[in-house]
Design a protein around this ligand. Structure first.
Ligand SMILES: Cc1ncc(COP(=O)(O)O)c(C=O)c1O
Length: 366
């Protein structure tokens, strides 16, 4: 077990993740839930959350971005279906994926031929989902290629086509575009049925679609952000916390941090926190974000540095070395939300939590 003395931690409330997954499961039923745990479960810790979901039957399976992430789940004891959502390269990756019973995404004829070859080489059937491009413009084959891919894979006898899916680009912002994407998807699904495809798991919805576009739920929904509580109506699971390590009083005119990025306009009491951009606390928060100490909002002063950040605790009478500081999450009646931090950094909540670095221990609370 790694030694952990620094007080900077990411606390993950399992009860919130449980509640969010229960809600998604109920909302999506009879469609299944694929819990998207890529990027270390958006920074929350993939193995721990996948174990919770598997143990309590909260998800049918898991979505990851790479073979490596899938192998990490298997190493963590996960036996449920795992779908690798990324396009694989180099093609040797197929061998590793098939060996570990990871389902792979096939988005081109080239990849289809490679997965057939890998499966034959191993003498083990591969399981895949075909990815259809409907307007995301990332990975995916168009309808005519999907039909060819399906034909080659099914004729090979080496690969089972278990599903087909697509990904919405704007389910949270553009219902008409989402409906159009869904329309293209349904057309291709119908064409596959005409070719004799049976029992394919059809899926398209991310969290936003799963919640707000019932007709997009199909056989399965793929949810990440709502499970972590960063969508409306769900409960945030992650808090970023630390403790004050240094306190000082400064005079008017004192400079704080690199490049004199803050100048005190009056005498101030300033706390230094052992957290910085190397922990994923973005430099963009310099002079902009609030941190909760003693139940009050305390402004970040000057540039966030690699490992330390200064905050104004003038109003917190009993602030001292050891006082708890909440950078993201609740303290008393106050809350710093991921939405608030995302707005300050001109980004999205996904990025705020995903960037919390590997240096920050994840601590799980029941
Ligand atoms: C292919 C795919 N499906 C599902 C998801 C989950 O999306 P969300 O976190 O918005 O639910 C993602 C995440 O970006 C994805 O890339």
């Amino acid at each position: 077990m790694a030694i952990n003395l620094r007080p900077t931690i990411a606390e993950v409330r399992l009860s919130a993740v449980r509640k969010n997954l229960q809600k998604l499961k109920k909302t999506a039923a009879p469609a299944r839930v694929l819990f998207v745990v890529k990027a270390n479960a958006y920074g929350h810790g993939a193995a721990a959350l996948a174990r919770l979901a598997e143990r309590e039957g909260l998800a049918w399976g898991f979505g990851v971005s790479s073979v490596e992430e899938g192998l990490a789940l298997r190493a963590g004891g996960i036996i449920s279906p795992v779908l690798v959502l990324g396009s694989l390269y180099p093609f040797e990756s197929f061998v590793e994926a098939i060996n570990a019973d990871l389902m792979v995404t096939i988005a081109s004829l080239d990849a289809a031929r490679q997965v057939i070859e890998a499966a034959r080489r191993l003498g083990k059937k591969a399981v895949c989902h075909i990815k259809l491009e409907t307007g995301m413009g990332r990975i995916g084959a168009r309808k005519p290629s999907v039909l060819k891919i399906y034909d080659e894979l099914s004729a090979s006898g080496a690969v089972a086509v278990a599903g087909m899916y697509t990904h919405f680009s704007s389910a949270d912002t553009d219902p008409r575009y989402t409906a159009q994407q869904l329309g293209f998807f349904s057309e291709t699904a119908a064409a596959l049925r005409e070719r004799g495809a049976k029992n394919l798991t059809l899926h398209a919805a991310n969290s936003a679609a799963a919640v707000t576009v019932p007709e997009s739920r199909l056989d399965m929904v793929r949810c990440g952000i709502a499970a972590y509580g960063l969508a409306d109506g769900f409960e945030p699971a992650l808090a970023l916390k630390t403790r004050v390590v240094f306190i000082k009083n400064v005079r008017e005119g004192a400079f704080i941090s690199y490049n004199k990025s803050f100048c005190a306009d009056r005498p101030l009491k300033i706390a230094t926190l052992p957290v910085g951009y190397a922990d994923g606390y973005l430099r963009r928060f310099s002079n902009r974000a609030d941190v909760l100490i003693g139940g009050l909002r305390c402004r970040v002063l000057g540039n966030v540095t690699m490992d330390m950040t200064m905050v104004d605790v003038t109003a917190v009478k009993d602030a001292a070395v050891g006082s708890e500081a909440v950078l993201l999450g609740r303290q008393g009646r106050e809350e710093v939300t991921a939405q608030e931090l995302a707005a300050l950094a001109d980004t999205i909540t996904y990025e705020v939590v995903t960037l919390i670095s590997g240096r920050v221990p994840r601590v799980y609370l029941e």
